[in-house]
Write a protein that binds this ligand. Structure first.
Ligand code: ADP
Length: 161
């Protein structure tokens, strides 16, 4: 059984994240989308909101579950018995950071391997930060996030469309 975790902030979940979830769910037996409870990061959506939004979008994927975690990823992976980390790679700018993290995690626990999926071309520029930036100015985010999230994101900025 290959059990993997796809960790991230998902604040909010974008179509780029969805693409990685759907593709990696085909590669592994079980995929846990792990939402990081990072209190230091000022998030737009609460942890509970982020978890429930991802659940809403992954209901149709039988081998995908959603959970939140805090602390070290490798420790949480031991707890849930997962050995694979899934990460998405967009541009070269992601590479150096991701390489460091992957190597550190491997040193922490040699059983842990990181699998990188390269972004699909149409999402290569997309990040949660860009979505928030656009939305805060009332920009069109319909090509970036699942349709049912659009109003919820604008609402965080008191924008009604
Ligand atoms: P983090 O705070 O850990 O970077 P994110 O929620 O921003 O969390 O991203 C989680 C993972 O999803 C990361 O591996 C990131 O590289 C990947 N990712 C984010 N956006 C995209 C995208 N548009 N295409 C492919 N992978 C992406």
């Amino acid at each position: 059984m290959k059990k993997a975790i796809y960790p991230g902030s998902f604040d909010p979940l974008t179509l780029g994240h969805m693409d990685i979830i759907e593709r990696s769910a085909k590669i592994v037996d079980e995929l846990v989308v792990g939402v990081l409870n990072n209190s230091a990061k000022n998030s737009l959506f609460s942890l509970e909101e982020r978890v429930s939004m991802i659940k809403e979008m992954t209901e149709h994927l039988p081998n995908v579950t959603v959970a939140s975690f805090d602390g070290l990823l490798v420790d949480y992976m031991k707890e849930i018995d997962a050995t694979i980390i899934i990460r998405g790679l967009r541009a070269v700018t992601d590479f150096e950071y991701e390489l460091q993290i992957a190597q550190t995690n491997h040193v922490e626990n040699p059983d842990v391997e990181t699998i990188f999926l390269t972004t699909s071309l149409q999402y290569s520029y997309l990040s949660s930060t860009i979505v928030k930036e656009f939305a805060s100015y009332g920009g069109d985010i319909s090509k970036f996030v699942p349709g049912q999230f659009i109003d919820r994101i604008y609402a965080k900025y008191n924008i009604t469309k």
